[in-house]
Design a protein around this ligand. Structure first.
Ligand SMILES: [Ca+2]
Ligand SMILES: [Ca+2]
Length: 340
């Protein structure tokens, strides 16, 4: 990790990179008739959903180069969580194992690759990347991402903010934290292909922002005008928005979800039968060069039409495996019917 990479990473984890036309995308305000307030918000069941194997068109050439090119892709049957892993579920894991997450531990100076005296002291404290909206319009992700000491899954807004809400997705988790939870739970992190197949659910591809009743995203001009027509300025409890045809909630929006594939821009057309992405050696993240990133999917509550049209199943960005963020979570897949 290079100095400043914590902040740099916040970009990739984020919301979105300023790549491939984001700057030129135009904001088109939703009309009043598009506004559908959330009437009910009850936590969905935890029981994993069986996804039958099948073939679908993976990827998209419509918006961002890293999502192309489209290809017929097959996946075998699997099970997947119906919603993002919640703080409630993560707390069960921590209570049973006394696990301490990466964001709760001091940062290893060796990760920065520079002498310790060149590293700002606060960046060596336990913490995570927190979205902090700027006071004025900006296209610079450094203006809205802050490495905040004391931020972790239990304190998602830092030590002075409110505590974790049980039905919110767990955030500020590093790759090792997700793997530890998966091992304890008897599941695994889904492949990108599995995740995208489950998220697509046989639906037509789309490029427009989902309606306010469909997904927790950002309505308004990011990062300064958050109209919250969907009822949430930030994270929503899981299950507040309409499930897709497979009965899965918040695949699009709410928080990005980490998958097991290493990130590299674009899909390999020859790798289409239960693909698992590039090898570790072939991983490449142009937003975080030199970092072996994983693929995250589906966008988050920070995705807005003027900056980040990634509220779609095909969306993908690289994710620093060693750093948490306030808009990144995960859900588990399973190879056999989960018990309990
Ligand atoms: Ca929202
Ligand atoms: Ca999600």
């Amino acid at each position: 990790m290079l100095i400043g990479a914590v902040v740099t990473s916040s970009l990739s984890l984020s919301a979105c990179s300023p790549a491939d036309g984001d700057e030129t995308a135009q904001f088109s305000p939703a009309s009043a008739q598009d506004f559908a307030p959330v009437a009910t918000c009850t936590a969905p069941p935890d029981t994993p959903v069986r996804i039958e194997g099948g073939t679908f068109v993976m990827g998209s050439s419509a918006l961002y180069a890293e999502e192309g090119r489209e290809r017929q892709t097959s996946v075998d049957a699997f099970w997947i969580d119906p919603h993002e892993v919640t703080n409630r579920k993560f707390a069960e894991f921590v209570a049973a194992t006394n696990y301490v997450t990466v964001a709760e531990k001091p940062v290893d100076p060796a990760q920065f690759g520079v002498p310790v005296d060149q590293i700002p002291a606060f960046m060596l404290e336990p913490g995570s990347a927190v979205f902090t909206p700027p006071n004025q319009p900006s296209q610079n992700y450094g203006d809205w991402w802050e490495y905040l000491p004391g931020a972790n899954w239990k304190r998602p807004y830092g030590p002075d903010g409110p505590g974790a809400v049980p039905d919110h997705p767990a955030v500020h988790l590093a790759w090792d934290d997700m793997i530890a939870y998966a091992d304890w739970k008897g599941g695994r992190i889904p492949t990108e292909a599995e995740w995208e197949y489950a998220a697509s659910a046989g639906a037509e591809k789309y490029t427009d922002q989902p309606g306010p009743e469909q997904a927790n995203s950002w309505q308004g001009v990011f990062p300064v005008v958050n109209e919250a027509k969907d009822g949430f300025t930030g994270i929503a409890p899981v299950g507040c928005f309409k499930a897709n045809a497979f009965g899965l909630y918040d695949m699009v929006g709410n928080v990005w979800e980490v998958t097991g594939d290493y990130f590299r821009p674009g899909h390999n057309p020859a790798d289409s039968d239960n693909p698992r992405g590039p090898s570790e050696n072939a991983a490449y993240d142009p937003i975080n060069p030199g970092m072996v990133s994983r693929v995250m999917k589906g966008g988050s509550y920070l995705c807005a039409p003027n900056y980040c049209q990634r509220y779609r199943p095909e969306s993908r960005q690289g994710r620093d495996p060693g750093l948490g963020a306030s808009n990144v979570g995960f859900r588990l897949a399973y190879d056999s019917a989960p018990q309990g």
